[in-house]
Structures are given as C-alpha cells and as structure tokens.
Design a binder for this molecule. Structure first.
Ligand SMILES: *Cc1c(COP(=O)(O)O)cnc(C)c1O
Length: 375
C-alpha cells in the first residue's frame, strides 16, 4: 500500500506531471514571469467556471482578504463580524487594518458561521460580515445576504476552502461559493482544492467598481503607468503559477467528485459508529470536502489521533484553539467561556486524510483502523 498522506500532491503530480511540466516550460521560454499572458487567460477561465463577472488574481488568499477589506474604504473602528472557527488569515487582516474584530460562534453541525449569532452581534457600527465556507461547504449565504440588505452591510466571502462548491437558493437556483457577496476571496495554496505549486490567490466580484479598485490596489494603486489613484500594495499571481492553475482548473470538477466519493465511503462506514459524528450536510450547499472532519465524542479525539498515527495514518485537528484565546487577540477582551460552540468543536474535531488520489486499499485501511479503535 502506498503511504497515506492528508493530501497526496505527489500522486497528483504523477498523473498530470507532463502537462504541468509543459506549462511551466512555456513560461520559462517566454520569460514573461510577471503579468504574462497565462495570468489573464487563467482569470478568464476561472471567471467562466465560477460564473462571475470579474476574477482578479493576487499573491495569496490572505492578501485577497486584505485587498477586499481595503477596497471597502472602511474607517478605523468599523466593525467586522466573522466566525471564531476559521484559519487565522480571516481575522488577521481585520486587525491589521485597524478595524474592530467581532467574532461569533459557528453552528455545531456544519461548522459554518451561525446566522443567529451574527444577528445578535450586529450594531450600528457593523460594516462587514465575513462568512467562511469552511471545509468545502457554503455558509448560509441567503440568510446572510438578507441581513446585509436589512442593515446595509458589505459581505466578503472567504471561499479559500470551497473552490467549486455550489450554493443552492430556496428557489432552486445556484451560484458558486465566493460569487454571492460583494467580494469573494480564495487561495491557491498547494493543498487547497484548486492549488498551485507555491502561493496564489484571487478575488471574485460582479461589481465593476470593486473590480477596478481591486485591480488597482493589487498593483500599487496604479491607474496608468506611474500614476497612482489609490494607495496600493504589490500582490500578483506569478505567471508560472497561473500556467499551472490553467492545467489544474480543467481537472477541478473531476478532483472534487473524487473527494466526494471518498467522503461518501467514510460516511457509510462510520454511520453505525456512535462515537463519531460524520460531517453534517447543509441543505443549501454542495460539499467539496476540502477536509473530511468528524466529531469524536467522549473526549476520545486525541487518543484516536494517536492511535491512527501509530498506524501510519495522519490525522489533523483543524482548528485546535479558538481565535479569542490566542495571545495576539487577547486585546479583544473576550473571556474564556464566551464561545461554547467553538470551545466544544476544538476538543472534538478530527480531519481524516482526504484527497482525489486516495486508493481503495488506503481508504479501507483508514476505515478499518478508525472502527477498530472504538471496538
Ligand atoms: C488557506 C486559507 C486562507 C489563506 O490563504 P493563503 O493563500 O494561505 O494566504 C484564508 N482563509 C481560509 C479559510 C483558508 O483556509
């Protein structure tokens, strides 16, 4: 049996390597390393896939969030509401821009931001809601957009873990994760569902004014060469990464389907095990399983993790600590018991190996070991 990885990028490269090599070589030969033709072509192809009017590429998913917040022209002290159960990048940009960070609990089942908790957190100073489509499944966007309408807010979707997930409206129509709010952001970090071979990121918007502004601030705020309308930064997607992403975008649907097939087998195998809760599926979203995250009951999570590791099965805790207890965010003044849902999740969640190149014998071995632990 092949060694089991959380994400097996080597197995993937063995399959698509020749195409990737060819794409990289053509950039090397062109020497158009910055803003080469592949960057624009990738943006256009991703636009078509996402069904969104504008895609603006940038250097990474954290920058995408930073650029999105910059584009809103907020004032220090304006409030930004997001979830306490996410990767740190979602909140650090809020802090860096001097905005007031308001964190709320997620829903215990879907792990995504609780709309009820957001409702309670809204004040006259609230300007932005940042839902995160965690682990590959959309947050309840229709309800969030209703709050946005009612209170005249901005919505920035952090779609770094959900490239390709569909959101289903109550009337049956659907949109891709990241294309519903004012601005959506994503990351092409290698282990993401659409990952490059280094750092990369992008923003989505259907708004021409935001698109222009984002493109400008991602490139030093430059309107025409050496004329600056905005204060900007340098945040660009390398041509080599864009060329790699053009190859990988063609496989995204197939890879996401393969992840779903792995998840379905995990679900089925664990359905009779009372010590495990399999990931809850929201009625309003497809799931592309960036992570397959179970909840382990009775305080057995760490023991199960150790048992699996001793059998050469990696397993990861995303995320081990709530944001409000991190030293850097102590200044927010939250108290230890302010977020009971996050606190419980941090003790229960465990992500199992999940990637499109999982082989049947590997999957059987993981499932057998998880079940063996509880028997
Ligand atoms: C990966 C990730 C980011 C940041 O992306 P980088 O490209 O690593 O900067 C932001 N938010 C979430 C939810 C992520 O998973």
């Amino acid at each position: 049996m092949r060694e089991i990885q959380m994400v097996d990028l080597k197995a993937q490269y063995e399959k698509i390597g020749p195409e990737i090599d060819k794409a990289i070589k053509s950039v090397l030969e062109s020497t158009a390393f910055i803003k080469g033709p592949d960057v624009r072509l990738f943006e256009e192809e991703l636009q078509a896939y996402m069904g969104v009017k504008h895609v603006i590429s940038c250097a990474n998913g954290t920058d995408a969030l930073y650029l999105a917040m910059m584009a809103l022209d907020l004032k220090p002290g304006d409030e930004v509401i997001t979830t306490n159960f996410t990767f740190i990048a979602t909140v650090e940009v809020v802090a860096l821009l001097g905005l007031k960070l308001i964190i709320v609990d997620p829903e215990p089942g879907t792990f995504n931001i609780s709309v009820e908790a957001v409702k309670k957190a809204i004040t006259p100073a609230t300007k932005v809601i940042v839902p995160v489509h965690l682990f590959g499944q959309c947050a309840d966007m229709e309800s969030i957009m209703e709050l946005e309408q009612k209170h005249n807010l901005f919505v920035i979707e952090d779609a770094a873990q959900a490239t390709g997930a569909d959101y289903f409206y109550r009337d049956g129509t659907k949109k891709k994760a990241g294309t519903i709010g004012h601005i959506g952001t994503t990351s092409f970090f290698p282990s993401k569902n659409l990952g490059c071979y280094g750092d990369g990121g992008a923003l989505y918007t259907n708004d021409d004014t935001f698109a222009r502004k984002l493109r400008s601030i991602a490139n030093h705020g430059m309107k025409v060469r050496y004329h600056y309308d905005d204060i900007g930064v340098n945040s660009r997607l390398d041509t080599i990464q864009a060329a790699i992403l053009r190859v990988k975008l063609k496989y995204l649907s197939e890879f996401n389907k393969a992840r779903k097939a792995v998840a379905d087998k995990y679900d089925k195998a664990f359905s009779g095990c009372h010590s495990i809760a399999v990931p809850e599926k929201a009625r309003y979203s497809s799931h592309i399983y960036h992570q397959y995250t179970i909840k382990v009951k009775d305080g057995k999570r760490d023991e199960l993790k150790k048992f699996l590791e001793s059998n050469n099965i990696p397993a990861m805790v995303y995320y081990p600590g709530p944001l409000h207890l991190q030293k850097a965010y102590g200044y927010l003044g939250y108290k230890e018991n302010d977020f009971p849902v996050t606190a419980a999740l941090c003790k229960e969640v465990l992500s199992l190996p999940m990637h499109p190149d999982m082989e049947q014998d590997q999957l059987d071995y993981i499932i057998d070991n998880v079940l063996k632990f509880f028997n």
